[in-house]
Design a binder for this molecule. Structure first.
Ligand code: BGC
Length: 768
């Protein structure tokens, strides 16, 4: 959104209407966990009603309007006319504003120079940290540590709230099966169970247990819904999924976010089964507000109310306003559609006053919940800001998170960890990400505002900055050559790296995607290592003859068939954030034993996509490539390069067969599945023990495996631990053909193992 933000803003008739804006609700009522908030909600309702009764229609529409701040407009608020818009009550919320002082000015104008003094709510995309930049969300998911992810979001919220933000447009909880889609980096991968655990953790981290505290943010579960299933992985494209699949795969993380109390939700850009998500009444009103009894605020995505006209589902702003608010969506982000069309829609009876009031209530409620009416400047304390941003302990967590996110895919001959007393003395750190000065290479598109005076891009530790001194201290001789991808040709870009690699005993090749290759509007049609990097690897390693560690920087599953065959060690580093180099030191030297596991399948080729572990069996499953009349390819196996849940360690783990405590369970009973895992290697390590099920005979076809539990354990050498997973009837239930959720009686398989492929199994019966 960022790059096109300015352009889009110009298309908005910014001078037209009224407003203030945004608010939110609080699930809290239904979430049950936040008792302090429950109490506040009760006190808030009369205040909301009293204020609403005093508001004009224009003021109400203003409260439903959110407009972009300095990331799109530049930093001079007065010049951008934003202050005048606030003064005249046309804006209730500002998104993506970085300048602290200007936020104070805007809040002053909103609260002291408007008729009703309703405070502004500031929203921001706090996606993987605010000032202290953490690994991308997909990488964090590879840690399989919801508790750590919650800590990360706590830090992100603390920094953002200290800088005057009230609301983050996160977590993104979209499930996807398509690596082409650029926004994979923002989510938690392909699995609804893992995705749900992480969604809830993120909401808890952002919101803490008191939304009105000055170090918490309102969360926003997005994009509701289906965005991860855009056809051909092409950004903003059509989504067509059955309701059964929607409920089984796409909605669970949203429901988990709602249950965790996410204060807001965001519509998706896409159509879903023909209807733009922003005006999808079944999704927003029937499911979210109805079935889930969620009480929060729904904000559009950037101009997604206006885009329903472009989709061809509304004639003009009047109709778009009516359809979007009529579906249950509340606040208009960046497009100005409500400013242009809502009043006409009211005048012409297409929107009722009751509908308008309900949306405004949700905005006001959120502002009350955040404590903004009690003290509009509580998030704008310069001294607290100074004391909070970039705290050294935040970087410790960033380093921990980056190291725990990394996934070791291959380690032939135990090349890693690097051994100072081994045969290799001369190390070359080479490639386009060895020591890139483009700070975003190790982060992502969503480090908004980095590069503006408010942010410090020099905070990034590149691989070479940390690895060179650390490896030299261990006695290695280290050369660093950064390939310059802006060079006129691949030859020019890679020649010095190639030379350095040839002169070394061991190569650390830093390859992959740039940070700006991922995020919104960054879909790709090819997921091979980009920019001539496979050829570079072949030449630099003398066709695989040179011992090499490939460090992959990526934001989505990539394919690298040649490297899989020819390179000894492959480490998925993702985009690790500020602590990139330090985390690599931890992993490559063995200070931290890798424990990350893929939250998403890595295919062998793009032609296999969509490829995901929890697929249906087909009537003709293939056992081996070439087996005719089965579901496969003539030219490729059906299996992935690396399966969901996969990741190696420097130690080894042995799994005993799983055991169940009873062979049959009845409704209301709990099955215990236990598995004993032993560290059979020589060093301590962590292992994520995974538990999957398969419903063998159901009313409809069920996936060959479904993740139902995981536990990450640390084991000393020789230590063994028994992990127990508990399954109830609810864990066996699914959305069946007539769209009711139930479990079938009959036989189930249960599998345990260290990834979705390498498992052992047993069986049990559900009797009803
Ligand atoms: C993105 C959202 C984001 C919003 C505000 C949109 O373009 O799709 O995820 O929160 O912009 O920046």
């Amino acid at each position: 959104m960022l790059l096109s933000g300015k352009a889009r803003l110009r298309t908005v008739d910014f001078g037209l209407s009224t407003s203030h804006f945004a608010l939110l609700t609080l699930l809290l009522i239904s979430a049950g966990s936040l008792s302090a908030q429950k109490t506040s909600v009760q006190n808030i309702e009369p205040r909301v009603e009293a204020l609403l009764a005093r508001m004009t229609v224009d003021e109400k529409i203003g409260q439903l309007t959110q407009m972009p701040g300095d990331i799109s407009t530049g930093t001079d608020v007065a010049k951008d006319d934003l202050l005048n818009q606030i003064r005249s009550g046309k804006i209730g919320s500002i998104l993506s504003h970085t300048n602290f002082q200007n936020k104070i000015t805007m809040q002053r104008v909103a609260t002291r120079e408007t008729r009703l003094g309703i405070p502004i709510i500031f929203g921001f995309d706090v996606i993987h940290g605010y000032k202290t930049i953490f690994p991308i969300p997909l990488a964090q998911a590879a840690s399989w540590e919801p508790d750590m992810i919650e800590r990360i979001e706590r830090i992100a919220a603390e920094e953002a709230a200290a800088d005057g933000q009230h609301w983050t447009f996160a977590p993104m909880v979209d499930i996807s099966h398509d690596p082409r889609w650029g926004r994979n980096m923002e989510a938690a991968g392909e699995d609804p169970y893992l995705g749900s655990r992480i969604a809830a953790a993120r909401v808890r981290g952002f919101q803490g247990n008191d939304l009105s505290a000055n170090n918490t943010l309102a969360a926003c579960a997005k994009h509701f819904a289906g965005y991860g299933f855009v056809e051909a992985g092409r950004e903003y494209n059509t989504v067509d999924v059955s309701e059964q699949r929607l409920r089984e795969l796409i909605l669970p993380p949203f429901q988990a976010a709602a249950d965790a109390g996410s204060a807001t939700f965001m519509n998706a850009f896409n159509t879903i089964n023909g209807t733009p998500a922003s005006m999808h009444k079944h999704l927003v009103t029937d499911i979210l507000r109805g079935e889930w009894t969620w009480k929060g605020l729904v904000v559009s995505d950037w101009n997604s109310f206006g885009e329903v006209i472009i989709h061809g589902a509304a004639a003009d702003e009047e109709e778009a306003s009516a359809k979007c608010i009529g579906a249950g969506s509340d606040m208009d982000m960046a497009g100005g559609t409500f400013l242009k069309g809502m009043k006409k829609a009211l005048d012409n009876g297409k929107v009722t006053n009751a509908q308008l009031d309900e949306a405004v209530r949700r905005v006001l409620r959120l502002k009350y919940m955040l404590g903004l009416f009690d003290d509009p400047f509580k998030y704008l304390d310069a001294r607290r800001r100074e004391a909070t941003l970039f705290k050294p302990e935040f970087r410790q967590t960033a380093r921990e998170a980056a190291a725990k996110s990394m996934v070791l895919l291959k380690n032939d001959g135990g090349l890693l960890p690097l051994n100072p007393s081994g045969p290799f003395k001369k190390i070359a750190i080479v490639g386009p990400y060895a020591d890139s000065r483009s700070h975003k290479d190790y982060m992502s598109f969503w480090t908004l505002g980095i590069g503006t005076p408010n942010y410090d891009s020099t905070q990034v530790i590149t691989p070479a900055m940390a690895l060179k001194p650390a490896l030299e201290a261990l006695g290695f001789e280290v050369t660093v050559v950064q390939s310059d991808l802006s060079a006129a040709s691949d030859e020019a870009a890679y020649s010095l790296s190639i030379q350095a690699a040839r002169e070394a005993d061991l190569v650390i090749a830093c390859v992959g995607e740039r940070g700006l290759d991922c995020g919104e509007s960054r879909s790709v049609s090819d997921i091979n290592l980009p920019r001539g990097q496979e050829r570079f690897l072949r030449i630099a390693t003398s066709n695989g003859a040179k011992p090499t560690v490939m460090v992959l920087f990526n934001s989505r599953p990539l394919t690298f068939a040649w490297a899989n065959e020819n390179i000894e060690s492959i480490l998925v580093a993702w985009q690790p954030g500020y602590e990139t180099g330090n985390a690599l030191v931890d992993i490559l030297t063995g200070k931290v034993n890798p424990g990350g596991k893929l939250p998403v399948t890595f295919p062998r080729s793009l032609g296999q996509v969509p490829l995901y572990y929890n697929a249906l069996n087909t009537g003709r499953p293939q056992e081996r490539q070439g087996q005719m009349w089965t579901s496969g390819y003539l030219d490729s196996p059906t299996t992935p390069a690396y399966p969901f849940g996969f990741g190696m360690s420097y130690t080894t783990f042995a799994y005993d067969a799983p055991k169940v405590n009873k062979s049959k369970i009845k409704a209301g009973e709990t099955l215990e599945v236990s598995v004993t895992v032993t560290n059979t290697g020589k060093i301590a390590g962590s292992e994520t023990v995974q538990c999957y099920i398969r419903d063998l005979v159901a009313d409809i076809a069920r996936p060959v495996k479904e993740l139902k539990g995981f536990e990450k354990i640390n084991l000393a050498p020789g230590e063994k631990r028994t992990v127990v997973f508990k399954l109830t009837e609810n864990d066996l239930a699914y959305w069946n053909g007539d769209l009711t959720r139930k479990a079938d009686s009959g036989k189930f398989k249960v599998f345990t193992g260290g990834n979705s492929r390498d498992v052992q199994e047993t069986e049990f019966l559900l009797e009803k």
